[in-house]
Design a protein around this ligand. Sequence first.
Ligand SMILES: Nc1ncnc2c1ncn2[C@@H]1O[C@H](COP(=O)(O)OP(=O)(O)OP(=O)(O)O)[C@@H](O)[C@H]1O
Length: 577
Amino acid sequence: MLGTLKKIFAFAGNRKGLLKKSLFFSFLNGIFASFQFGALYFIVDALASDNHSLTSVWLSLGMMMLSIAGRIFSSFFSMNEQTVVGYGMVADKRISIGDRLRYIPMGYFNKNNIGTITGIVTTTLGDVESSAPVALVNMIGGFFNSVVLILFLLLFNWQLGLVALVGVVCYLLVTEAATRKSTSTAEKRQSAQRGLVEAVLEYIQGMGVVKSFGFEKDSSQSIAAAIRDSNKGNLKLVYAVAPYIALQQLIVRIFSTILLILSIYLYTINAFSFVYGILFVVLSFTVFNNLESAGSQITMLQMLASSIDTANSVDNTPVMDEKGTDITLQDTNIVFDNVDFSYSTRKILDHVSFSIPEKTTTAIVGPSGAGKTTMCNLIARFWDVNAGKITIGGTDVRDFKLDSLMKNISMVFQSVYLFADTIENNIKFGCPDATHEQVVEAAKKACCHDFISALPEGYDTVIGEGGGTLSGGEKQRISIARAMLKNAPIIILDEATSSVDPENEDELQRAIEALTHNKTIIMIAHRLKTVRNADQILVLNNAHIVQRGTHAELIRQKGLYADFVSARQEAIGWKLG
Ligand SMILES: Nc1ncnc2c1ncn2[C@@H]1O[C@H](COP(=O)(O)OP(=O)(O)OP(=O)(O)O)[C@@H](O)[C@H]1O
């Protein structure tokens, strides 16, 4: 239990001070609550004495008012601080996770799908946001206030104080046992919750396929299964701690009863006055109230501990550029030196070596699935090579800080992702300080200015998530405009013109020529005319570069490339890239 409380404190980061403030107000709340006993003492004292003076009534009323006002004031401030800490610390963690995701290897996203990560950042951290500071303050505050009452009891009557103390110790032992029991169940519940987010996301993202293939029933069944799992997880957690909660209640009732009987007995043997007798009888009913409210937080605290562990595990994933430095390139020669790369056991590159001289165009060609995109992604260090090295300007890409590496590379992917933001901001994505005029200029060069201007909101049009409200060709042209604006010295074009219709292609081709002028270009393109003009063509097959040269040289060699060119019309599985 202590470990869990420490974990929440650590999670609060630089907001620990606010959390302590909240605890302080919670302690104040307990002290103001104990004023009620003072009020009770004065009123009973007045009723019991022969002299029914109004002074005692006023004194009692004053203490009651002070207790009420103090409790309202302290609860308000305590809750206020809890809310600020909760939202603040989780916002920090979400930002930190978002930042870290940019720097961790792509392999992480193979192992952890989008649903899992979304679940952690939304639902899992949502629990922490709304409940962690509240549960922590209730727990510590509750125990502290119980201890204060018991000290008060010990001060006035050691026998009653001792009984209450034994009650608290028994209660704490059961609480600790419940904490242990609920740890593993809380983790399982978390994982079921993430499974639910995953299932819902997959269902919505795949809605097009679901509709077109008529699988509505089957797909919704997987959501239903995830809901059932999540439900089971919640129930299991409740069932796991239910016997302990019952035991806690039993302990409280038994010790309250013992206190009550002992108070009456001690009064009958004249151990204290009638007024104290009444006070102790009332106390025997209320002394464990704070303890009960603290104990009721165990399940919540274990859930929170598990949520914090999960969020921290993402935030502690090792980043790729831990040892990288900011490097300014002297030239943009790219060299693959004996590079090996596999996706788990599947070998994609086997001792591959080649160089791309700066300001030249290299086209990569090969059958679908040969590893062309992978090769480009290795240059941008989306993944690390298994052996050998890739250098840019003589420096191993692993020695760059990722930001300083990516400053030099613009990529246009075959599947374009646009953010749910305005068109202008999507174009400015790699270059946030660009002016509107620069955005328009880039859009004109990428042949997308006309269709953007025709939209009612023009460049301020907000596009759907993933660019869902635009056609494939429109999205691709916007991503080319994005690359235009970034103006990096190395450009990677991964089938950049694949979604552009033939009418636009010539125009776009000219735009790409403008974009790529005087730059180092690596292109994967499925159209022959794009490849024909490249300074060198690399033919990738079975993890090796099987041919390299210019179009004319490769045609003369009568190898795979020449076969491909001659069979261009029929070779559906091949892509010139
Ligand atoms: N993230 C990944 N994890 C595991 N395997 C992958 C991953 N990405 C690609 N692959 C596999 O690696 C192989 C090479 O993929 P890659 O996309 O590099 O080929 P490509 O030559 O660009 O194909 P295409 O021309 O069809 O786009 C493929 O068999 C693919 O299934």
